[in-house]
Write a protein that binds this ligand. Structure first.
Ligand SMILES: Cc1cc2nc3c(=O)[nH]c(=O)nc-3n(C[C@H](O)[C@H](O)[C@H](O)COP(=O)(O)OP(=O)(O)OC[C@H]3O[C@@H](n4cnc5c(N)ncnc54)[C@H](O)[C@@H]3O)c2cc1C
Length: 375
């Protein structure tokens, strides 16, 4: 496709998550005026989730390219990169306090705020849930609740259940068989959980189940209780009270060490998150004016710790592609690069999930932790 004059081209980025906001920032730095259409009514509408470790070659590189390195360094927590591994009996098998790699943590809400602060006023249009996109006169009509607007290009940065993806691909996320129940703790009120967690993240692994706690900023710890349950059960949990879900978890973790079960007993219930993924190697036939980034392109479980990092790195590649040449072939090349890169991470995420939630217990995971220390 021949591209319009780059200065006047109208681009809609659907979704104001880390990937969409980073793309908007990078395009603005190159003189373009993208619009971000986000379904949330405002930035604080829902909890944004826990702490993220930012990898040098992807997440941190993107912050650098966006001119946001200083803001990132000021907010990041390099001191929270420790790792602990326990078995179900509560024996500490692995304890690393000193970081061996450069992956500082940052709260997801803080990262979002840095990106929002960097954008020109009015870039993000809140409360715009997109319901449909249709090709129209060489461009696209984007529909919301009772309104529509014409754009020259549409970028799907709208996460797991992207409304843009079906225009490019038949792939649908599948349930990976594991649900994480999310819990919150204040360090001041939960010193035992803080001691258990150590200086970063703790993982406790038993037969097909796991407990995770992770230090966040502002004196918080986020916990995840992971179990293999049917998708229908996970959906039911989504409707239950926190206390009822807690009872189901109590039964599943009976026999675990009391200091580990403390996580289930004392955490403030946040919600149940069934884990979904797109097929490993997901790709699509390039279509002029339309593309995907981040989870919309390559949803995977969090067990590779790559999701946000890839979304941010995708935004860098896509911003370069959208500004460097006058036709869509540079975006086709972008799609090829990000799909190939995500395939490696998605294989790692699927493998990570299988090894944590296995009947082999903790030994396999311990081998992985030790191997990481050697690299
Ligand atoms: C429990 C858990 C822990 C994780 N931990 C890590 C980690 O430690 N490190 C890491 O790198 N990754 C982690 N991830 C993965 C990470 O959260 C995602 O990969 C990342 O958020 C993807 O960013 P994104 O911008 O592509 O999509 P999202 O963050 O999903 O953002 C999409 C945005 O689009 C909006 N939206 C959706 N539909 C519409 C619509 N129809 N119209 C308008 N707006 C819409 C949403 O409201 C949202 O703001 C974790 C994921 C989970 C579930």
């Amino acid at each position: 496709m021949e591209r319009k004059d780059m200065a006047t081209e109208r681009i809609a980025i659907i979704g104001g998550g880390p990937g969409g906001l980073m793309l908007a920032r990078l395009l603005q730095r190159q003189g373009k005026c993208p619009v971000v259409l986000e379904r949330d009514q405002h930035a604080q509408e829902r909890p944004q989730g826990g702490s993220l470790d930012m990898h040098g070659e992807t997440g941190q590189y993107a912050m650098e390219r966006a001119g946001l390195r200083e803001a990132f360094v000021a907010a990041a927590r390099p001191e929270d990169q420790g790792d602990r591994l326990y078995n179900a009996e509560g024996t500490l098998l692995f304890d690393r306090n000193e970081p061996t790699d450069d992956r500082p943590e940052i709260d997801r809400s803080v990262l979002r705020q840095i990106l929002l602060n960097s954008l020109a006023p009015g870039t993000v249009r809140w409360g715009r849930r997109i319901t449909r996109i249709a090709s129209e006169k060489g461009g696209f009509l984007v529909y919301g609740d009772g309104w529509s607007e014409q754009f020259d290009g549409v970028i799907g940065a709208d996460g797991a259940w992207s409304c843009v993806r079906p225009l490019l691909s038949d792939a649908v996320p599948f349930y990976e068989g594991v649900t994480l129940v999310e819990l919150g703790f204040d360090v001041a009120r939960h010193p035992r959980i803080s001691k258990l967690t150590g200086s970063g993240k703790m993982l406790a692994v038993g037969d097909n189940r796991a407990l995770i706690t992770q230090r966040n900023g502002y004196g918080h710890i986020r916990g995840y209780v992971g179990v293999r349950v049917a998708e229908s059960v996970a959906r039911e949990w989504g409707k239950w009270s926190g206390e009822r879900v807690r009872q189901a978890l109590r039964d599943a973790f009976a026999g675990w060490a009391p200091e580990l079960r403390d996580v289930i007993e004392t955490g403030e219930f946040i919600g149940a998150r069934p884990l979904y993924a797109l097929p490993v190697g997901h790709s699509w036939k390039s279509q002029a004016g339309l593309t995907l980034l981040g989870d919309a392109a390559h949803l995977m479980s969090p067990f590779s710790g790559e999701g946000v990092n890839l979304a941010l790195a995708d935004a860098v590649e896509l911003a370069d592609a959208l500004t460097s040449v006058e036709d869509w072939s540079s975006v086709s090349r972008y799609e090829h690069i990000v799909c190939a890169r995500a395939t490696v991470a998605a294989e790692g995420a699927a493998q990570g999930l299988r090894s944590v939630f296995s009947s082999k217990g903790v030994e396999h995971v311990l081998g992985h932790y030790r191997a990481r220390m050697r690299t």
